[in-house]
Design a protein around this ligand. Structure first.
Ligand code: ADP
Ligand code: MG
Length: 357
């Protein structure tokens, strides 16, 4: 049996990797997915018509702040939850009609840890392999292969509960790969990791598509992560997709530079804002607390006029920065608020309602 086929499903029922034998050219197709949790006045609309296609062999990013609907989307695509409306297929298989086949074709690394802290790394992997129907020998062999591959061989016989967070997360990913899936879902693979472990995980994720030809869908609320890893991405906000493309395409939709001005005091009367907006060449001025942002064709050229206008009016400045457009600017344009703000707002229960409206 070729190495990339899952070990146990009847091959005739599982389309081979690639466009030729699958139902479509895409490894994942989601169309108009909608989902509401609960009923009546407790109802939370988590998804309202989400559509995207993921080409085989790509790293696809689902980027959005907390509560945007990322995990809900992943749960539907991995058959753990059912959409109220819409259709989806993974590896050419319909998630609603053939969920068991979808599960054999995919690996899923949940936002929460999936390992048993009281088992060793090796035990965790072997058990997962057995659950997927591998023989004892095949499971042990595959476990050792994955331990070596993720640099976990030395720690393999120690209890996972004592491992570092980065090592534990790598084990989660290795467990998701035990049955050689063709599509891997990673729900926030680096949340909670320190910068070094995060960079290490980024290297591993890039290798998955390069070396194994896997299709990877990853969710993240880190702009930098989507920018670094995703060949293509969608930005999801409040259950709807607000932008889609390659990171480069999304950023190039915004011409010119972003100027960000930190004021010493809040712009309560909107004076600093209107002052900025009145300078020729300054566009799309927005304000959030003490932060003013604007777009200009050439940051360096615009800066002197901008600074003297604020200075003349006696507006206190704490800092000024000029930068090329970032995914945050893309998000700001489409969602009307900065990414960081949306992320922190949704974590505060008192503001969650306001965000959901
Ligand atoms: P994300 O993964 O982007 O943070 P989720 O998909 O987990 O977002 O959640 C989307 C929205 O649905 C949020 O408002 C969240 O509170 C709500 N939600 C998620 N799961 C449930 C559930 N099981 N019951 C009720 N509400 C839920
Ligand atoms: Mg989530």
């Amino acid at each position: 049996m070729p190495a990339h086929l899952p070990a146990h499903p009847p091959p005739a029922l599982v389309p081979d990797r690639g466009p030729a034998t699958g139902a479509g050219a895409y490894a994942i197709e989601a169309k108009d997915l909608a989902k509401t949790y609960g009923r009546g006045d407790k109802a939370v609309r988590a998804l309202s018509g989400v559509s995207f296609d993921v080409p085989a062999g790509a790293v696809f990013g689902l980027l959005g702040p907390n509560g945007a609907g990322k995990s809900t989307t992943v749960k539907i695509l991995t058959t753990l939850s059912r959409a109220d409306a819409g259709t989806a297929s993974v590896a050419g298989i319909d998630v609603d009609r053939q969920p068991a086949l979808v599960r054999r074709a995919i690996g899923f690394v949940s936002q929460r840890a999936g390992f048993d802290p009281m088992g060793t790394g090796r035990e965790n992997l072997i058990l997962t392999g057995r659950i997927y129907g591998l023989s004892g020998t095949a499971a042990r062999q595959r476990a050792d292969e994955l331990l070596a591959r993720f640099g976990l061989a030395e720690a393999a016989n120690r209890l996972v509960g004592k491992w570092s967070g980065g090592m534990q997360r790598k084990l989660d990913v290795a467990m998701g790969l035990i049955h050689r899936p063709r599509v891997l879902f990673l729900d926030e693979p680096t949340t909670g990791l320190d910068p070094e472990a995060r960079a290490d995980m980024w290297t591993e994720i890039s290798r998955l598509t390069q070396d194994d030809g896997l299709t990877v869908l990853l969710t993240t609320h880190y702009l930098e992560e989507a920018d670094r890893l995703a060949d293509q991405l969608v930005i999801i906000d409040r259950g709807a997709i607000v932008a889609a493309g390659t990171p480069g395409e999304l950023k190039s939709q915004l011409d010119g530079d972003t100027v960000q001005v930190e004021l010493t005091d809040s712009d309560v009367d909107g004076r600093a804002r209107s002052l900025l907006a009145s300078i020729p060449g300054v566009r799309e001025v927005s304000v959030e607390a003490t932060t003013l942002r604007a777009r200009v064709s050439n940051g360096a050229a615009a800066l002197p006029a901008l600074l003297s206008a604020l200075d003349d009016a006696g507006v206190g400045l704490a800092a000024v920065t000029v930068a090329r457009p970032s995914l945050d600017d893309v998000y700001l344009r489409y969602a009307g608020r900065s990414f960081q703000r949306a992320d922190t707002d949704s974590q505060r229960p008192d503001q969650a309602k306001e965000v959901a409206r």
